[in-house]
Design a protein around this ligand. Structure first.
Ligand code: HPA
Ligand code: ZN
Length: 324
């Protein structure tokens, strides 16, 4: 099955570019930027990666970004990810970035997006992997800051396919960003948002995202299974879910493999993704392998997961069809 997974043309739809910062690159960028890290080795950094819920992960995730300062830093970050993804036969990726995690510490938006964009262009040319950017708002910041970020993004509208919402979900429901999402839709962005696994109000948050915001897909969203009527709505609308098994295993007590099996059986457009692979030790291939092992997936199941993914991509129909 390992060979089958390796050979399968794959798609990644839930991937935070800042979550692909491997310890080796973290060290290299720290040195380039004259930053002293509080770790003496790559092993030291990895040893500090202990989290058991979303906030404990996010703390380490934001600390790690301190080394990202210049346009070439963002280029190198994205290029390293795209190289890794291409090596796993990922043909297409939709990549989240968190501009506020950078602008809030004085790194300009322009520099962040230019570095990422340049890597996407070079990777397509050099490696044949296609990718698009999704700009995420940090939900634990004020909605006004998200709106300001949305406006700041407009000169780069053609470089960004859609918007998302991430960071700490507790006390930060989708409706907090209703006006921001309305404006984003008017500007032509496609819409997604995290409804993280096993949050205080997961089902209500999925309902808000789908019914009140009108998202085009849902990131994570595993808890939808607790509400059969909401499952039906997602199915009717053909809404995709970007699920991340290894990540789930870190921030909850399980990969939620059984839930993924049920979603597949219910005909939901569930997909398998890696979230923050440098922190959760697994890119798309490893996520599929873990799931295949836990669920004894067949080759047909794996093909179905990748079909779902290509089907829910934010590519024009003719490009989608070329992958399907
Ligand atoms: N959830 C919320 N915020 C995040 C995540 C996630 O999975 N990854 C990076 N920021
Ligand atoms: Zn995520």
């Amino acid at each position: 099955m390992t060979d089958f997974i390796a050979g399968l043309p794959k798609c990644e739809l839930h991937l935070h570019i800042e979550g692909t910062l491997e310890p080796e690159l973290k060290f290299a960028l720290a040195e380039r930027n004259g930053i002293e890290l509080p770790y003496s080795s790559v092993e030291d950094i990895r040893a500090a990666y202990s989290f058991d819920d979303l906030p404990s992960f996010l703390k380490i995730y934001y600390e790690g970004m301190e080394v990202l300062r210049t346009e070439p830093d963002f280029y190198d970050l994205a290029m390293a990810y795209l190289r890794k993804a291409a090596s796993q036969n990922v043909r297409y990726a939709e990549i989240f970035f968190d501009p506020q995690a950078h602008t809030s510490r004085g790194v300009p938006f322009d520099l962040v997006i230019r570095g990422l964009r340049r890597a996407l262009i070079d990777a397509e040319r050099q490696l044949g992997i296609r990718a698009q950017l999704i700009m995420c708002f940090l939900r634990d910041f004020q909605a006004e800051y998200a709106m300001a970020t949305l406006l700041e993004s407009l000169p780069y509208r053609e470089w960004i396919v859609g918007v998302g919402l991430d960071s700490d979900e507790k006390g930060n429901p989708p409706v907090k960003f209703k006006a921001v999402y309305e404006r984003a839709r008017q500007e032509g962005y496609l819409l997604t948002m995290h409804c993280d696994v096993d949050q205080e109000n997961s089902v209500e948050h999925i309902r808000q995202a789908v019914e009140e915001i009108g998202v085009d897909r849902v990131d994570h969203g595993v808890n939808v299974l607790e509400d059969p009527a909401l499952v039906e709505t997602l199915r009717e609308r053909g809404l995709g879910l970007t699920v991340c098994p290894i990540s789930n295993g870190y921030v909850t007590d399980s990969t939620k493999a059984d839930a993924i099996r049920r979603m597949l059986d219910l005909g939901l457009r569930v997909t398998v993704n890696s979230d923050d692979p440098a922190y959760f030790a697994g890119y798309v291939q490893e996520n599929l392998a873990v799931l295949a092992e836990e669920l004894s997936l067949t080759e047909e199941d794996l093909v179905q997961l990748e079909r779902n993914a290509f089907e829910i991509t934010w590519l024009p129909r003719h490009l989608k069809d070329a992958y399907l």
